[in-house]
Design a protein around this ligand. Structure first.
Ligand SMILES: Cc1cc2nc3c(=O)[nH]c(=O)nc-3n(C[C@H](O)[C@H](O)[C@H](O)COP(=O)(O)O)c2cc1C
Length: 166
């Protein structure tokens, strides 16, 4: 089953965490995850993915302008309705707006008819309510949580559509 992790990353932090999410997804049998920059992605791969996760750097306590512009434009060509959607962020500060950015992405996803998901508290600790946020000065300490998040997203997609790849 194809899965997509899309990110915007100016200085590499969000890309690094997107790769951690992909590594976690790849732990699930049958999952075929790929990470793409918003500036260079395979539209067909996204369209054929059952699960699409988006990563944003936090700008001014919200998503970056590039992420918002993508959600309001090119996203509409990616047949996102009905797919499992999730979001994550990187930010310089714990209280820098990470969860607001995640909510903004999830709101857009739901508006497009996606099924917003994170795993919440269903898998126990670490609890990830809306989506994971990594603080830029400590990225290595968030690797495990982001991998777990990817695994949880992939497990849910497989549970929903195991024998129905797009
Ligand atoms: C224009 C701009 C605005 C930013 N605003 C915030 C902010 O409000 N809160 C925060 O915690 N970090 C903020 N940051 C820091 C970035 O979110 C952080 O460095 C992020 O990890 C960058 O991701 P990237 O390396 O993938 O581009 C801002 C950075 C830029 C360039």
């Amino acid at each position: 089953m194809k899965m997509t992790v899309l990110y915007h990353s100016q200085t590499g932090h969000t890309k690094e965490m997107a790769e951690a999410v992909v590594r976690g997804m790849a732990l699930v049998e049958g999952a075929r995850p790929k990470a793409f920059s918003l500036e260079d992605y395979d539209e067909n791969w996204v369209r054929e993915s059952r699960c699409v996760v988006m990563g944003t750097p936090i700008y001014m306590a919200s998503v970056s302008g590039k992420v918002k512009a993508w959600l309001e434009g090119p996203a509409l060509k990616c047949a996102l309705a009905g797919k499992l959607g999730g979001a994550f962020a990187t930010a310089d500060y714990v209280h820098g707006g990470g969860e607001l950015g995640i909510r903004t992405i999830l709101d857009h996803m739901m508006t497009m008819g996606m099924l917003a998901y994170s795993g919440g508290s269903a898998y126990g600790k670490p609890i990830i309510h809306l989506g994971p946020v990594a603080v830029s000065g400590q990225l290595s300490s968030y690797q495990e949580t982001f991998q777990l998040y990817g695994k949880r997203m992939a497990l849910k997609a497989m549970e929903l559509w195991k024998n129905q790849p797009l």
